[in-house]
Design a protein around this ligand. Structure first.
Ligand SMILES: Nc1ncnc2c1ncn2[C@@H]1O[C@H](COP(=O)(O)OP(=O)(O)OP(=O)(O)O)[C@@H](O)[C@H]1O
Ligand SMILES: [Mg+2]
Length: 260
């Protein structure tokens, strides 16, 4: 507990962080081929908040998500999920934490072709030997509008439906935080809007925490907050974004010679 004049508030805020990076750096390779993908990034993702991460190609967005989700090892600094410092965890504990506390939505869905939609959704819990909370599962399935498609295999589903299965899978285990790397990148605008609307509802109605990478100002406008990355550093932040305000901000980066 902090005992500053702002003690209570500070403590409340501290506990409300679902994930936090402090002076996080990630360096790939060495010598002449060295790439500083993240350069001392400090950022906090609060519970029940929907954050979009934007920035030019190569600015470090995916690297940040992977480092904070424990999918990649950081070079220096700190990455925490809740109060757990990822750098202190051995492989087994890290795998457990990823499985139990983190949902990751990959751009390519990563559904297993031989399993039907429902089996794909419950797969992480099946692997963990955990029983899905049936009421919760019903709610997730109903919210993503997949009730009539649970017996279908991925190749019997449209792209948007497959993406919704991937979203439902991330939500089903009620992880503390969901990281989504361009979840609507290869969807048509209608399917994209469905997925985005669903993600936003899960934040508003279910208190889910979501961090989403996107290149699309309209997609970003579904979020509560946009964090802008450039050259491995956080360069700006926007609250309550609209597509126009995001576009405006992106233009200013472009004017400085940074293009995506
Ligand atoms: N495994 C790796 N080995 C070496 N360099 C890498 C590796 N992964 C990423 N990088 C480099 O790190 C930088 C950041 O990459 P990252 O994938 O995080 O970018 P991004 O912002 O997600 O870009 P995009 O919008 O194109 O997906 C890039 O310069 C990239 O070339
Ligand atoms: Mg990327």
């Amino acid at each position: 507990m902090t005992t500053t004049p702002f003690g209570v508030e500070t403590a409340a805020r501290a506990t409300a962080a679902a994930a936090r990076a402090t002076d996080l750096s990630k360096v790939y390779g060495e010598g002449e081929t060295q790439v500083i993908a993240l350069n001392s990034v400090s950022v906090e993702f609060r519970q029940a908040e929907f954050t979009a991460i934007m920035g030019p190609s190569g600015s470090g967005k995916s690297t940040l998500m992977h480092c904070m989700a424990g999918l990649d090892v950081i070079s220096s600094g700190s990455a925490r999920i809740g109060e757990v410092e990822l750098t202190t965890l051995k492989d087994k504990k890290l795998t457990q934490l990823r499985r139990d506390k983190i949902g990751f939505i990959f751009q390519a869905f990563n559904l297993l072709p031989t399993l039907n939609a429902l089996e794909n959704i419950t797969l992480p819990m099946d692997i963990a030997g955990r029983k899905a909370d049936q009421a919760w599962l019903d709610q997730v399935v109903a919210t993503v509008g997949l009730a009539g498609r649970l017996k279908h295999r991925p190749n019997q589903l449209s792209g948007g439906q497959q993406q919704r299965v991937a979203v439902a899978r991330a939500l089903a285990g009620q992880p503390e935080i969901i990281f989504a790397d361009e979840p609507t990148g290869n969807l048509d605008s209608r399917s994209g809007a469905e997925v985005l609307g669903f993600l936003r509802n899960s934040v508003r109605e279910l208190g889910q925490t979501i961090v989403m990478v996107t290149h699309d100002p309209v997609a970003a406008s579904y979020s509560d907050r946009v964090v802008f990355l450039a050259d491995g550093q956080i360069v700006d932040e926007l609250r309550n974004p609209t597509a126009d305000s995001v576009l405006d901000r992106m233009k200013r980066f472009d004017a400085k010679g940074r293009t995506s």
